[in-house]
Design a protein around this ligand. Structure first.
Ligand code: MN
Ligand code: MN
Length: 263
């Protein structure tokens, strides 16, 4: 059950309205990583959640995101105010907002693309959804940071700092909720991955680039259980070449390097 209280979650003040900045703010209103997407993603995940404790978390944060939507929508509307008056240029610069939208906010992103439920990541698998939410909060945080970097108005910056901070708070809560499930971080679902293959790192990008880019080694491909498979596609190309020139064994020409490694 929802109830609306006629008060913003955070007070919004704008000194000088800047319609271009108002347009940028729509990224967090009707954009892919915006507040409506966050509110809908967490609330619908919560609706599907059978773990009562994490369901409470999803509903708490999903509801807070609706309050953020109201704050960022109010902020955007204040910046778009000049587009509501018949003063020519501003409206000509942005007909979607000025003419189609009457100078108000609608569910579009900063490029005028309509909001879509395709933005939402809802899998019905709690740990997978929590990972999506951690990533969504990280994206929301960086978008707010970029908006802050493009803003000089102290009142707007103050509200954006609040919204940006809350995304880190949410990221922390989702991360700890995921960890508290006590699952092996590389165990997703119930069907185990294929042994051996799961630890093969395919070194598919090799050589030295014009900017000095090189083949890198790190904990993501060496040490522990890792087995590096050098240039598997190149090896397969050589194999195909040799077999088409009669050097390969009969009947083996279609076996790929990858398949043979796991056989
Ligand atoms: Mn938010
Ligand atoms: Mn959030």
């Amino acid at each position: 059950m929802y109830h609306h209280i006629k008060k913003l979650m955070y007070t919004v003040n704008v000194g000088t309205p800047d319609p271009r900045f108002g347009n940028m703010l729509l990224e967090q209103f009707g954009g892919a990583n915006g507040e409506l997407a966050a509110a809908m993603q967490y609330s619908v995940q919560g609706l599907n959640c059978e773990d009562p404790d994490r369901k409470d978390l999803l509903m708490d944060i999903g509801t807070e995101e609706l309050s953020h939507l109201e704050v960022v929508g109010t902020l955007a509307r204040m910046h778009l105010k000049p587009l509501r008056h018949k003063n020519g240029n501003a409206a000509a610069d942005d007909p979607l907002i000025a003419i189609a939208g009457g100078g108000g906010v609608s569910l579009f992103n900063s490029m005028g693309d309509a909001w879509t439920a395709d933005y939402l990541k809802i899998t019905g698998e709690l740990d997978v959804d929590l990972r999506s939410n951690i990533a969504a909060e990280a994206r929301a945080k960086i978008v707010y940071e970029r908006l802050l970097n493009h803003c000089d108005d102290p009142g707007s910056k103050d509200a954006l700092q609040f919204l940006m901070t809350r995304e880190i708070t949410h990221m922390k809560a989702f991360t700890l909720a995921l960890e508290s499930l006590g699952k092996n971080p590389f165990s997703i679902g119930k069907i185990p991955p294929t042994p051996g293959l799961v630890n093969q790192y395919f070194d598919d990008s090799t050589g030295v680039g014009d900017q000095g880019e090189q083949n890198a080694r790190g904990p993501w491909n060496q040490g522990g259980d890792w087995e590096i498979v050098e240039s598997p596609a190149l090896a397969q190309g050589v194999e195909n070449f040799e077999s088409s020139h009669g050097k390969g064994a009969e009947g083996e020409s279609r076996a790929t390097t990858r398949n043979r490694k796991t056989a």
